[in-house]
Design a protein around this ligand. Structure first.
Ligand code: SAM
Length: 240
């Protein structure tokens, strides 16, 4: 997987993702993370990337150039024919697990981090394929949002997680929240572990986990179940 991130803060960005399982994936080459700084594409001696907004008002706007040159350089270096270019913006569609899965499958991704008041609308119209938000709040820049996207995509790249099954069992992978987890000790201040998990009966454990995942989703995120046809076994588990 190759991810190119266009950011005014390349070093800070790398530090945000270069640890834990994702850091290991960067080091072993399963995920290639490259950064491009729009300032390096500026043609004036101050390496200007922003300008005042037309119509007045506070703040600055990221200008079409040199951001466009940075995006084109990223596209040109791509080995896939049409790499997807995503802009992080609070005005975009909410980035979700299905998006992460799709990005991981495509193999290449270009992410653009905005700053200031945002990006000139004409750049969005010309160069951006997807506008993604990570939630209904406003951050100071797209870097934290892009780091969320990089992490969620990279962990779906084959071999990045130690146990190949753990991504498949995560919340949202099958449209459900994950089941609850327990580890040692068996007793925490009188609070035990559900007996079935100690039974060694793999089928009973599988059914218990499925029931928990369904029940949690029903209670906490009923929207995930809306419009979804449950199979016979899931219906029974939910009704039990
Ligand atoms: N004026 C813009 C607005 O209200 O839509 C907000 C600009 S914000 C201060 C600066 C940059 O942070 C944005 O261009 C975007 O790249 C990033 N950003 C802020 N909140 C975000 C969010 N919830 N999801 C993704 N990116 C976000």
């Amino acid at each position: 997987m190759r991810i190119q991130v266009i950011t005014l803060f390349p070093e800070e960005f790398r530090r945000m993702v270069d640890f834990g399982v994702i850091g290991r994936a960067l080091r072993d080459g399963r995920v290639r993370l490259e950064t491009l700084n729009p300032r390096d594409f500026a043609t004036d001696r101050h390496r200007t990337v922003d300008d005042r907004p037309y119509g007045g008002g506070p703040g600055m706007v990221m200008a079409v150039e040199p951001l466009r040159s940075a995006i084109r350089a990223a596209r040109d270096s791509s080995v896939v024919r049409q790499p997807r270019v995503g802009l992080l913006t609070p005005q975009g569609r909410r980035f979700d697990q299905a998006n992460a899965r799709d990005c991981a499958k495509r193999g290449e991704l270009i992410l653009v981090c905005g700053r200031y008041e945002g990006v000139d609308e004409r750049l969005i119209a010309r160069e951006i394929d997807e506008e993604w938000s990570i939630g209904d709040y406003v951050l100071s820049g797209g870097e934290l949002a892009a780091a969320v996207v990089v992490d969620s995509v990279a962990r779906l790249v084959p071999g990045v997680l130690g146990d190949a099954d753990s991504a498949a069992q995560d919340s949202f992978s099958e449209g459900l929240l994950d089941c609850p987890h327990y580890t040692r000790p068996e007793n925490v201040e009188g609070d035990g572990v559900p007996g079935v998990l100690l039974s060694g009966d793999h089928e009973a454990i599988r059914l218990w986990r499925r029931k928990q995942a369904l029940g949690r989703t029903w209670q906490r995120r009923p929207d995930l179940l809306q419009g979804r046809e449950l199979n016979e076994q899931d219906r029974r588990l939910l009704e039990e």
